[in-house]
Design a protein around this ligand. Sequence first.
Ligand code: AMP
Length: 392
Amino acid sequence: MPAVPWAEYTKLLDGSSHCWYFRGVSRNEAQQLLLSPPNQHGSFLIRDSESSRGEYSLSVRNHAKVSHFRICKGPDGGLYIQKGCPFPNLEELLTYYTVNWKVVQSPLLQPCIPKTPLVRDAWERPRSEFILGRKLGEGYFGEVWEGLWKNMVPVAIKIIKQADMKAEDFTKEIQNLKRLKHERLIQLHAVCSVGEPLYIVTELMRKGNLQSYLSSLEGRALSTLHLISIACQVADGMTYLEEQHIVHRDLAARNILVGDNLTCKIADFGLARLLKDDIYSTSGSTKIPVKWTAPEVANYRTYSLKSDVWSYGILLYEVFTYGQTPYEGMTNQETIQQISMGYRLPRPSTCPPEIYGVMLECWKANAEERPTFLALREKLCSIYRRVHNSLS
Ligand code: AMP
């Protein structure tokens, strides 16, 4: 019996500084970790018990199977797997079961090797801090869920199947997300990149993506002034990206999210642009959203802020048609052909001629002649002020 009371002793020698102790790892995550290489038969870890606060579980891999054993805490703080066989701390418990391993069905040969986090910084949070609520939608990389962070903060959680993305792509895009901060850009809150699946946690935009919102009952009731306000907000966010020399590459109404009071924010500057299915056409090794894409991108993959400006013109078309798909009835191939012959989308009946003039500026064949986002923002905001004043 040690001189120090059990409870004190346990506190002093808890597992937190040991390589076999995995804080915040759930039973399922432990299972996945132990079954993935380089872990093998005899790999083990100790984690916090999910059902009893302050207690632990031992997870051990036995060939292709993982067994879990509850480590209970007695009234005096002693830790035990078998009643009547307590230990003052996890270390001594492990020493005992390394020798008497038959009880835990598999020898404890080596501590589990953790998956290296892709993002090693303050943005990395344990998955257990998030509770999933309802599914909001699905994109190429996986599902998006509404959730709660630490039981308090409503968030959107993008659950990414790691298999769908190269680790270096993910890391690069997360770097972008982390350093960009603007009221017209979706704010990143956290990332869970230890184990699978990856979570990308952002602020929640209750009304979902702009394309669906515009075609909803609520969206269809928006006035022209509202639509101009949306156009101004997107131009504002894009002006910020322009200042940062960041090319979005996938500007479209589906990648704008809508919150309360018609706040619009740009999303997916990075992630979803890497790949998306139906509206994306494969050409070479990359997939591009042809109907939103400038001709120089469709033909030569030369992305630039000016190709974003072209896409912005298409986004204006979506906004002023309440979410219609551009070039309806035309295939991607026909669209590319028609555009190269000088065809442009016609003015939607609900679109003021002045706004249509802006669209045509964005669709200049020569990228250099297209306006900057700064100029677009100025122009649209002045139209907004004029229409607003004429109504009041
Ligand atoms: P994505 O994979 O980014 O294309 O997202 C799929 C769908 O999930 C979007 O079209 C939105 O409807 C929804 N969604 C994505 N992010 C959020 C968010 N931050 N807030 C609310 N809904 C979102």
